[in-house]
Design a binder for this molecule. Structure first.
Ligand SMILES: Cc1cc2nc3c(=O)[nH]c(=O)nc-3n(C[C@H](O)[C@H](O)[C@H](O)COP(=O)(O)OP(=O)(O)OC[C@H]3O[C@@H](n4cnc5c(N)ncnc54)[C@H](O)[C@@H]3O)c2cc1C
Length: 456
């Protein structure tokens, strides 16, 4: 065996698995294989001037490389079992929370000291929301911000690279079971170890499916979340974001009884493109540094769709809707709320005349030609409901960018150690379908590392 542990993927799951292995047993020989670049070489070519939209780089710097999909994220580490994944179903609620608090301590130690921890506990907004049939979920949120999140990653890498072998721009092609462990093949050669941790995130979803099929690891289909990113003047949500930073609010629509939720709130932030396997969707982030903040706040409004027999391909459904927006708009479409409810497409001049300046250069268009009626009706209902707790939300100039899709990996069958039916083969983070957030993915990495280190 070349290594004691092989980790595939250097997102938060892989990073924290490597980190914890080094804490528990610094003598272990650990290798991390990462399809993307090392942190300092990760640059998205979109500069808003020469390159305005996604050009489909071979390795997407937003999604891949050291830091994974989280590297340029807003760095919101939610400490909660209420959202962000179902890790607690495998390892128990108190351990999941304990691990998330542990991750928080490490983030503070590695550069996050001084960042703010927001909490919904005892918030007066809970009452205000419930009075309007809106439900505010419980969480503590450490907001690192895109800038500090990057510094934390830089510091973690500086520490880890002394102890761990990193192989960047090295996509693992296959994983096979060999006597006493696992062998991985990639352009750098063939490597083996008794323990192998797979943490390939969303961008590795197709590859993960292939590995599970080859190794006959059982999987289940997951849900897909479809909706829009809302952008409005920061003042509209300031009373909520100043106190809570991020509020996760759920609403059940009157018309269909569907649940619509707010997701990934970015006060004074910017709306950004996201490229998942060549499909351009929308996301958002914000900076801790006041100089880089904008006058707008953005957040997603999402409706979850889960399919059962005979149609199971939730992600395929989400992809088709995103493709439709790419077909009509050449990428992401933006529409004023006022235009949407009057059945008009937004035009460049209507967007220009609005009292808000969009932070993303998207194509003005008509989202009603893209989103299924049921989903769009739910979003419109939720915007009116939010208008009661944050008046101004349903103003004509509120911008809606579409589509935002949250794809989830199929859920892989693992036990309470996050181990597959093969001893020593672990699948963690977003690639397992169990987590879908920085804190849960990181916590899953620490969990497997402790279990591996215990048995060495
Ligand atoms: C723009 C954006 C903003 C976000 N903001 C937040 C936020 O504020 N808070 C939050 O909680 N979550 C946020 N998220 C989600 C969060 O980033 C993910 O939940 C988290 O990164 C998942 O971690 P992971 O380690 O499981 O996977 P990832 O971070 O996706 O990392 C997986 C890594 O594996 C690599 N890989 C894939 N296939 C292979 C292969 N075959 N061989 C080798 N390497 C491979 C990939 O290149 C990638 O670097 C955001 C996501 C995006 C895209």
């Amino acid at each position: 065996m070349n290594y004691d542990v092989i980790i595939i993927g250097a997102g938060p799951g892989g990073i924290f698995a490597a980190f914890e292995l080094m804490q528990k047993n610094p003598d272990l020989k650990v290798a991390v294989f990462e399809a993307g670049h090392e942190l300092s070489k990760r640059h998205c070519p979109i500069d808003g001037k020469k390159i305005k939209s996604c050009i489909g780089c071979k390795s997407c710097s937003i999604m891949s490389g050291f830091g994974g999909a989280g590297a340029f994220s807003d760095g919101k580490y939610n400490i909660t079992n209420d959202f962000g994944g179902t890790l607690y179903e495998y390892i128990g609620k108190s351990e999941a929370l304990e691990l998330m608090r542990y991750i928080d301590k490490i983030n503070l130690k590695y550069g996050g000291e001084g960042t703010k921890l927001y909490t919904t506990a005892g918030s007066r907004f809970k009452t205000l929301c419930i009075q309007h049939d809106l439900h505010l979920l419980d969480a503590s949120v450490r907001h690192l911000g895109t800038d500090i999140n990057y510094i934390v990653l830089e510091n973690l890498y500086a520490d880890l690279k002394e102890k761990v072998d990193f192989f960047f721009d090295t996509s693992v092609d296959s994983v096979s079971v060999i006597e006493g462990g696992y062998s991985v093949k990639c352009k750098a050669g063939e490597f083996s170890a008794p323990d192998c941790v797979i943490s390939v995130g969303r961008s590795g979803s197709k590859w993960m499916e292939k590995v599970c099929a080859e190794l006959e690891i059982p999987t289940n289909s997951n849900r897909v979340d479809i909706g829009v990113r809302v952008e409005l003047p920061a003042a509209v949500f300031a009373h909520l974001t100043d106190e809570l930073y991020e509020s996760k609010i759920v609403y059940r629509t009157e018309k269909y009884g569907d649940k619509v939720r707010t997701f990934c709130m970015n006060p004074k932030g910017a709306v950004v493109n996201e490229n998942t396997n060549g499909i351009i969707t929308v996301n958002g982030h914000s900076y801790e540094d006041p100089e880089r903040q904008t006058e707008n706040t953005n957040f997603a409004l999402l409706v979850a769709k889960h399919f059962s027999e005979p149609f199971k391909d939730s992600n395929g459904y989400g992809e088709s809707i995103a493709r439709l927006s790419n077909m009509l708009g050449g990428g992401v479409i933006v529409q004023r709320f006022g235009d949407l409810i009057r059945g008009k497409r937004s035009t460049p001049s209507r967007i220009e005349e609005a009292f808000i300046t969009p932070t993303l250069n998207a194509t003005p268009g008509d989202l009603s030609l893209v989103l299924p009626k049921r989903i769009l009706d739910g979003i419109i209902e939720m915007l009116y409901a939010l208008d009661k707790v944050a008046p101004g939300t349903a103003n004509d100039d509120t911008l809606l960018y579409g589509v935002e899709v949250k794809f989830y990996n199929m859920e892989v069958e693992v036990d309470s150690k996050l181990q597959t039916k093969y001893k020593g083969l672990y699948i963690i983070g977003d690639g397992s379908g169990i987590t879908h957030s920085l804190s849960h993915a990181s916590a899953s990495g620490v969990h497997v590392a402790r279990s591996i280190a215990e048995n060495k």
